[in-house]
Design a protein. Sequence first.
Lengths: 153, 667
Amino acid sequence: MKPQRKKRLGIILFIAAGLSVAVGLTLFALSQNIDLFYTPTQVAQGEVNPGQRIRIGGMVKEGSVLSAQDSLRVEFAATDYAHDVPIHYEGILPDLFREGQGVVVEGSINSAGVFQASRVLAKHDENYMSPEVKAALDASGASSANHQLQPES
Amino acid sequence: MIPEIGSFALIIALCLSVMLGTIPLVGAQRGNVLWMNLARPLAAGIFVFLGVALVILAYAFMTDDFSVQFVANHSNTLLPSRYKFTAVWGGHEGSFLLWTFMLAGWMLAVGIFSKSMPVDFVARVLGVLGLLATAYILFMLATSNPFDRIVPLPPSDGADLNSALQDIGFIVHPPTLYMGYVGFSVVFAFAIAALLSGRLDAAWARWSRPWANVAWAILTIGIALGSWWAYYELGWGGWWAWDPVENPPLITWLFGTALIHSLAVTEKRGVFKSWTVMLAILAFAASLLGTFITRSGLLTSVHAFASDPDRGFFILGILGLAIGGSLLLFAFRAPMMKADFGFSMVSREIALLINNVVLVVAAASVFLGTLFPMVYQALTDDLISIGPPYFNAIFVPLMMLLLVALGIGPICRWKRTSTEYLIKQLGKVAIASVAVGVVIPLVVLLGISIPATITMILAAWIVLTMLKDLRNKVANKPTLGAGLRALPVSYYGMQAAHFGVVILMIGAALTSYFSFEKSVLLFDGESTQLGNYEFTLAGSEAVNGPNYVGEEAEIIVARNSVEFTRLYPQRRVYLASGTPSTEMAIDAGFLRDLFVTLGEQKESGAWSMTLYVKPFIRWVWLGAIFMAFGASIAAADKRYRRLRSKSEARNKTADAQATTLQPATNG
């Protein structure tokens, strides 16, 4: 092989090796870090294993929010108007967290069926419905029944 | 009436863009100088009419003209006037107008600072930019005209600007980011013009380099401003969230970083030509894809995309035409691009190739992580999200590899470097960096910390190789001063930018590993300890602003029982929209930030709040400033100017003997 060709081959092999390592690492990292999304109905039907990290989207059920007066503990229920999931959270709720508004929670469910949230997300725009919340309501058929889908204004 | 003049100005700008996108290009193909010379005045005309449109939109905001839909959606009579002005880019329509105006600004700049380039090249560059402007303005007029009216009944007051946007960060961040983003269109246009003319030589790379550097520097500042703003406004305690909206600029930035390095090789050595052109196309494609994906809502959900089919299809059309067309042109022309010189397996070319491969892989993995949820949903119908752990797992090792190469690259010689030479040069430096990296964390922390040690080794490695390189460069000069003066400005630019990388890395690593945060509930007079600091809630009182009501807490911060500052976080409710918002209080410092975000007041009177101690966070943005500064002074190197003054001199004495331009190569 001519030296020119040999070098070119070397460069191509180098790039190919780099790329395959990168692709391998990337796919591994991806597979480790997928948070699957569930609706309250799916959780109520027992589709989620305790301890598995997931996201749940739904509405904050009216009248369900209980916050402790002497600590940062908060309990509420996420609902898709078919089923509720009780949620426990220790921390400060986002500015736009409100009863009757959409919410996405991240965390895992314990053996008692209570969802321990590590993060609570509420979107920055009241008129915006997060796709996850919308999917949950669509799935339970609640959005067609006009539950709370109108922005309050 | 006045908003209609705005629409009219847009239409005139569209007509001028259509002319710019056709006449100079055809002229360049046919060798018609008159047609080619139309490019500069047409570019200036587009700039003027888009400027008029922008001023009229700003006027509509300042005069509370709520008959204009965009104004009614994004302003309010109570809004302070500086935010009324900046609300121009507070939504999709207006920000797209600003984006297009930035493109026109770059076009004007190309028209002014291109005297040294051949007229057909300038005509082609501006012609390609004219085609882009045509697409953007058409998109604006067809799907998102900021001057659309509400007929017949305009609201008496507007819906208000999103409260998170009522901030200094919002005044400076979007224009800077857009200017950087759009700057890569210019580099792309240079690449396309070179492909069209078939003249992909060192001159093309030399013309592109200052533009690429400046666009990159502005994009760096734009991203850093966004990070800084998100840090103090959103108050979640971090500086980068790997959010789908943050990632597209980063992808563009990574391609752009690869591009400015690859351009250096193409200019100096005449190799990597097709790769450089490819990177110019990729950087531009990333900027286009990023901005449009964010705008169309494609990124959070395919449903949001379907909900606005017109906008989405238009976007896909522009994307397909611009990127497909340029790739097709690339495929036709790539075989023409032959390397001028060879190089060996150990050389600066190879070091820069490593830089390019790492950066492109990093960009690709961010791209994958950003778009993967969408692809996954399309394939399986399941919703997923990809969290920061994915991005960190990929990005951190790649950047470490890049930093190791960063030390070696500048020491290497072009074309061929012997391995023995490298070992001789860098052996001691490597040992010294490991020593420094191990000792400093031990002394400072009185303990072993793996992340701090790795950070310090890499930082020492880069700084020491930098000094070593500087010493080599001045070694054979009579005095140190003479040696330092003899080095080209672009060399100092490179060193400053690389030093910025070190600062950013230290900031990013140390703030990730040594931050403290804690959410607490405090009654009046109650204290809590975090790190070396004691936070005491002194009390709270009502505060009212022009368009909000709120409460402000007073927090005393003490260290070793000595008070040294007070923080005043607020919690506001904006009147027009009823949106609550927290204003965090920060005590910023060179070595650490302290900050507090206020939660809510319980019925018992206690306040919930989150306290943070963030060491070295400022270094992240300081590093970005160094990088942007370095790229800017490298762009100002007299190598690029010398060519211009030479050609100016030649133009003045046009009848003088024809001299061939020697590309000035130094450094």
